[in-house]
Ligand binder design. Structure first.
Ligand code: SF4
Ligand code: SF4
Length: 224
């Protein structure tokens, strides 16, 4: 999540909606895996990302957390990120042929790259920006933003991303004023086990299951 102030230094200063055309198309990244290296602490995961990785690997969140995911503190909250190995901080999903083992299920940060998201609170929304020079390819082609991201149920996913942004923000704020370490740790643990192990029922999508659990989770976490 980037602040508007940071944007001028890393972008061309333009903000894009999903229907805008942007020079982000890498034409398949042929023989390149540069952005899957040097990513230690860089790829934050949301519950949908973890759900997708669980589908791709058939691992539980707990097992993923040992092999491919690591939690990093953000204030008093532990946030899952992609784990890396080696001095070149290589993503653990990058295989021996330097291809992504979970390409169809890759996290949204990977899906967006070289785009990023910037959030606004009023209204609760986000736009996209192009990270200038982040992709090593010298020439990127124009493509509509939603076509580049190519995620199923774009509107549902966007609604979820916005909801998640507000949950994390509210919980970070709540924990800022929680001076009892035991309570803070308990809430952070609840946050991880509740949201990152979502199991939709037979007739449910991930999003259905997320919204079903949300009221109880908010009550337990003490956020609005
Ligand atoms: S999940 Fe795939 S695309 Fe994302 S950093 Fe790892 S190897 Fe690269
Ligand atoms: S640096 Fe650019 S071309 Fe290379 S893998 Fe990443 S997005 Fe593809």
């Amino acid at each position: 999540m980037k602040k508007i102030d940071d944007l001028m230094t890393i972008s061309n200063g333009r903000l894009y909606t999903e229907k805008d055309h942007v020079k982000a198309d890498t034409s398949g990244c042929v023989l390149c895996h540069a952005c899957c290296l040097g990513i230690d602490g860089m790829v934050e995961l949301n519950p949908y990302d973890v759900f997708q990785l669980r589908n791709a690997t058939n691992l539980t969140f707990e097992a993923l957390n040992h092999q491919h995911v690591t939690t990093i503190p953000d204030g008093k909250l532990m946030i899952p990120h992609l784990k890396t190995i080696g001095s070149d901080e290589r993503c653990t999903f990058l295989n021996v042929d330097n291809r992504c083992d979970v390409h169809g299920f890759r996290p949204s940060t990977c899906r967006l790259f070289p785009l990023g998201r910037v959030y606004t609170d009023m209204p609760n929304d986000f736009k996209y920006f192009l990270q200038i020079g982040a992709c090593v390819k010298p020439i990127l082609k124009l493509i509509p933003v939603d076509k580049w991201i190519a995620i199923d149920d774009y509107e549902e996913n966007k609604k979820f991303i916005l909801s998640w942004y507000q949950i994390v923000k509210a919980l970070k704020f709540r924990l800022k004023f929680e001076h009892d370490t035991q309570t803070a740790n308990k809430l952070s643990q609840y946050f991880l086990t509740t949201f990152f192990s979502i199991d939709p029922g037979a007739e449910e999508t991930f999003y259905d299951a997320y919204y079903r659990q949300l009221p109880e989770a908010k009550k337990t976490l003490g956020i609005l």
